[in-house]
Design a protein around this ligand. Structure first.
Ligand code: ATP
Ligand code: F6P
Ligand code: MG
Length: 542
């Protein structure tokens, strides 16, 4: 992955220092969700131009049924832009960016992002490919829409834990304070419901100085409890004008609902999402923070399983890892380890009995090698478990499916198979490090990533952007419309190269029937699908 800091330096020579001033450009008023945009012409002003690409040939419109601002250019260029406060609030004053006065930044040759910079979603193209979808590049703008003294920010964390949450919290506070001289930041405790049911805490750079060394979130978190109207009432009552929301796919949907309500009430409040998910199931972005740390921590469990398995006759180590709907942690932990003989994920159906089944493969590996390690994602094989046990169909407070324990079920099934059929005596050890891989502080690379995400979110909100999720796309920080990251879940594409690489590494059976391949291909061909296109991490396709 390229470093954003390095990118900035490389780009410095190529970029102009001032955003261009478009004349006679158009901006769109978004009234309500699903309504057609009301387009009005604006005259050029002496202040910083409202955000948007400057090319005169651009055509603007909306994606039907969505709030995404679609901007079209030549050769099939499409910008899926994020909302801006000026979309629904006219004549907002702007101010010079205070970063200009900060000695740390004034020496940086090209610190400000060019107004027209966008990042392509797809980097592998053919000679005649259209330029395709782009996202707005994140970073500081020449002018901001908030005066430092007037900013009243808040931060909330929702959903499950993830390494790096505290680093993001810390860096939002330090970014606001050190870069923009903003000193009013409230912590909302206990997730969304904390807006109306819990206390708040004042956060300062001093109070959060060493929180990045701790796992979890100092603000605590929760599932469920999202009451949009009560949350926005509370934001309004407290005079909050920047809301930083850290959480997974569910949280980003909640953030989108908050943004819609804020826009409906025409409040000058910027809503910024920072995507968090240990499962790496958020669409569009290269990967989520904390994922690397989780994969690294999973190595310890896999190592233990391997040591146990190879130290006895016919030893089998089974390790269960997180991944409710997406098997990225299991896939990457397997690829990283090389001690794993079989990886089972929710996206790839498998079967136990008969030719080509898991039991046959285990028997073969034990005969060849004397031991084996199986990594299973928690969401794998749920259909099989439901067949053999009374299905529970329970959900958590956020509506996520509560899973049956595939690790225990699989371990029991393997033991029964070898015992009842008197095949061979096996020695199976089951390791469940589920919560251990997410309740730890983030590693060095995730800490850097968290810092860049937090700073990008702060720059975006200060520049008046709103209704966006900040995220890495092809190694660049971008602002992505909420609708794009929530419309679908990111999943391992089993017909793509990365899964094939894993199969070649473990040499396990693919368990794929031609029907599975057909179904996977149909899923990938759906319009507006984002995965399988450019996700460097997801597919690693090169
Ligand atoms: N469709 C939705 N609209 C509004 N709020 C939602 C929606 N889905 C989930 N939420 C709220 O978002 C919060 C977090 O959701 P959830 O528990 O699903 O975790 P998440 O953000 O997806 O994180 P993860 O699954 O990675 O742990 C909860 O407070 C939940 O009420
Ligand atoms: O037990 P909790 O806190 O609901 O979290 C468990 C879930 O959270 C996740 O880590 C997603 O954040 C899933 O992998 C897992 O199923
Ligand atoms: Mg989720």
């Amino acid at each position: 992955m390229q470093s954003e800091a390095a990118d900035t330096r490389i780009d410095a020579a190529a970029e102009s220092h001032e955003p261009q001033s478009p004349t006679g450009r158009q901006i769109i008023d978004f009234e309500l969700r699903n309504s057609l945009p009301r387009v009005r012409a604006t005259s050029p002003s002496s202040a910083d131009p409202p955000p948007g690409p400057a090319a005169a040939s651009l055509v603007m419109g909306t994606d039907p049924g969505s709030t995404i601002k679609i901007v079209k250019g030549e050769f099939g260029y499409v910008l899926e832009d994020v909302p801006h406060l000026t979309d629904y609030l006219a004549d907002l004053p702007t101010y010079p960016n205070p970063i200009k006065e900060n000695p740390a930044y004034s020496v940086v040759k090209q610190f400000f992002v060019n107004q027209d910079d966008t990042v392509p979603k797809k980097v592998v193209v053919q000679k005649d490919s259209p330029r395709g979808i782009h996202f707005r590049r994140a970073g500081p703008r020449q002018r901001v829409y908030f005066e430092s003294d007037d900013v009243n920010a808040c931060i909330v964390t929702c959903g499950g834990l993830c390494p790096g949450l505290n680093t993001v919290i810390r860096e939002i506070i330090c970014g606001l304070s050190y870069m923009y001289d903003v000193n009013k930041v409230l912590g909302i405790e206990g997730g969304y419901r904390g807006f109306y049911a819990r206390n708040t805490i004042q956060l300062t750079p001093k109070s959060v100085n060493d929180i990045h060394k701790r796992g979890g979130t100092i603000l605590s978190t929760s599932r469920g409890g999202h009451d949009t109207l009560k949350i926005v009432d509370n934001i309004q009552d407290r005079g909050i004008n920047q809301v930083y929301i850290i959480g997974g796919d569910g949280t980003q949907k909640g953030a989108a609902a908050i943004f819609e309500e804020i826009r409906r009430r025409r409040l000058k409040v910027a809503v910024a999402g920072i995507p968090k998910t240990i499962d790496n199931d958020i669409a569009v972005i290269d990967k989520s923070f904390g994922f690397d740390t989780a994969v690294e921590e999973a190595q310890r469990a896999i190592n233990a399983a391997h040591v146990e398995a190879e130290s006895v006759e016919n030893g089998i180590g089974v390790v269960k890892l997180m991944g409710r709907y997406s098997g990225f942690i299991a896939m990457y932990a397997t690829l990283a380890s090389r001690d794993v003989d079989c990886c089972l994920i929710p996206e790839s159906r498998f079967y136990l009995e008969g030719k080509g089944g898991l039991y046959e493969y285990i028997e073969k590996r034990l005969k060849e090698n004397g031991h084996m390690v199986i990594v299973v994602a928690e969401g794998a094989g749920q259909d099989l478990i439901a067949e053999s046990m009374k299905s529970m169909d329970h959900e958590d407070a956020s509506g996520n499916k509560l899973l049956l324990d595939v690790g225990l079920w699989l371990s029991q099934g393997i033991k029964n198979y070898f015992t009842s059929r008197q095949k061979m005596t096996i020695n199976l050890k089951y390791i469940d490090p589920t919560y251990m891989i997410r309740a730890i502080p983030s590693n060095a690379s995730d800490n850097v990533y968290c810092t860049l995400l937090a700073q990008s979110a702060v720059h975006g909100a200060m520049a008046g952007y709103t209704g966006f999720t900040v995220g890495l796309v092809n190694g660049r920080q971008t602002y992505i419309p909420f609708d794009r990251v929530t419309e679908k879940r990111n999943k391992v594409v089993i017909t793509d190269r990365m899964w094939a690489r894993l199969l070649s590494s473990t040499n396990q059976p693919s368990f794929l029937s031609s029907k599975d391949v057909e179904e996977a291909n149909i899923r990938e061909e759906q319009p507006k699908q984002t995965s399988g296109e450019v996700k460097c991490l997801e597919n690693g396709s090169s």
